[in-house]
Design a protein around this ligand. Structure first.
Ligand SMILES: NC(=O)c1ccc[n+]([C@@H]2O[C@H](COP(=O)([O-])OP(=O)(O)OC[C@H]3O[C@@H](n4cnc5c(N)ncnc54)[C@H](O)[C@@H]3O)[C@@H](O)[C@H]2O)c1
Length: 360
């Protein structure tokens, strides 16, 4: 099997904890280049992971890095994605793909023109527990049993949850202008999505949805497709809680709640409530490598109630998504977590925020 030569752009948290180690371990990939606006970080990661080329500018990497595919692990993705597409590179891009639908569509135009593979890193879609839960959800849908779906993600404080597990490397050598430009671009795109006069707490809730809730919105899409419309949204004055009700047609509704909390434990699940079945897929802390996702099913048989709990596998979802990316590039297939899904997710998240009428 010929490995795909990868160039990684953005060498921060998710690169150091997940992608660099798994890329290094896999014989499907060869780490050909690393790039970060922090010179010291680029050199340190190149030395640690044995990448033959390190740089601070993605243009240099695309010219001299000898890569077939680019991993985009920065916060702002659009400019890097457009450049990589113009250079004919395949792309793996972390979620959220973009801060606004317009930005995501700019990426799509470049990707379509180049005819390259583009996959979004929604790793939960490749999680064996979620795949088992999907089978139960499918059965419930077939029986027209589903009435209510609850999606809940009270995410934890990353710093607290990660500090005790990993030694992340970070330097203070990024030029201030680059940091300022990145924040300005992001804020412009956020306002493009939810309105240029949106108040701070609404912008903050939208960011929370993008950064954390995008996983949940995509999991919901994977299980139940696109909702017909957004019925109602609440945003808390601190901008750190957002709750919405989605109409899935007929008698089916979904309550989705995403919150940023100060605690250090995860609290993330999707539950489908039916007339005869209840099925929950509960995700573990994503930074606990190989922790199993739990699938719980409660159902009636005659007068008896059965409570069934399954841990389908300890396979790491971050590794499973890499295998899928390799497969898509080599076999020229559209990824399960495609750019089109990322565009739909971005649109839904903006619609959720725009349904907030400003009152509580
Ligand atoms: N799948 C997941 O569960 C998951 C988890 C964490 C983060 N993420 C996503 O991964 C992305 C990165 O998040 P993070 O927490 O690792 O961020 P981070 O801030 O820790 O790392 C980002 C790195 O990118 C570098 N960078 C910024 N702009 C750059 C540019 N133009 N060229 C080269 N390098 C540049 C920064 O210097 C930094 O080292 C985000 O999109 C985030 O949403 C996904």
């Amino acid at each position: 099997m010929k490995p795909i030569k990868v160039g990684v752009v953005g060498l921060g948290m998710v690169a150091q904890i997940m992608h660099l180690p798994y890329l290094k371990e896999s014989d499907r990939f060869e780490l050909a280049a690393v790039c970060d606006v922090s010179r010291k970080l680029a050199d340190r990661m190149a030395a640690h992971y044995g990448a033959p080329y390190a740089c601070t500018d993605v243009d240099d990497m695309l010219r001299h890095g000898n890569v077939d595919a680019v991993f985009i692990l920065t916060f702002n993705h659009c400019d890097i994605a457009k450049k990589a597409a113009r250079a004919g590179k395949h792309m793996f891009c972390e979620k959220p793909v973009a801060f606004s639908v317009q930005e995501a569509q700019e990426i799509k135009r470049a990707v379509d023109k180049a005819g390259v593979t583009f996959m979004i890193g929604y790793m939960k879609r490749y999680d064996q527990g979620f795949l088992l839960g999907l089978k139960h959800f499918e059965r419930m849908k077939k029986k027209k049993d589903v009435r209510m779906i609850t999606v809940h993600d009270a995410c934890f404080a990353n710093d607290l949850a990660i500090r005790s597990m990993y030694n992340l490397v970070k330097y203070n050598d990024v030029p201030q202008q680059i940091i300022t430009d990145g924040i300005t671009t992001m804020e412009m795109r956020l306002r493009q999505a939810v309105g240029k006069n949106a108040p701070a707490h609404v912008l903050s809730a939208y960011r929370l949805l993008l950064e954390t809730g995008s996983h949940d919105v995509n999991v919901l899409r994977g299980a139940f497709g696109d909702p017909h419309k957004v019925l109602h949204t609440e945003i808390w004055p601190e901008g750190n809680w957002i709750a919405t009700t989605l109409d899935y047609g007929g008698n089916v509704r979904c309550n989705l709640c995403v919150a940023r909390s100060a605690r250090n434990w995860p609290d993330e699940f999707i539950t489908a409530y039916g007339l005869t079945d209840t099925v929950t897929v509960e995700f573990p802390n994503p930074f606990h490598k190989n922790a199993a996702t739990e699938v719980r099913r409660t159902f009636m048989h005659g007068d008896a109630t059965t409570y069934e709990t399954t841990k389908a596998s300890h396979e790491e979802a971050f590794e499973a998504e890499l295998r899928h990316f390799h497969d898509c590039v080599r076999k020229n297939k559209t990824p399960l977590t495609s750019l089109d899904q990322g565009i739909e997710d971005t649109k839904l998240m903006a619609d959720i925020v725009k349904a907030f009428n400003g009152r509580r």
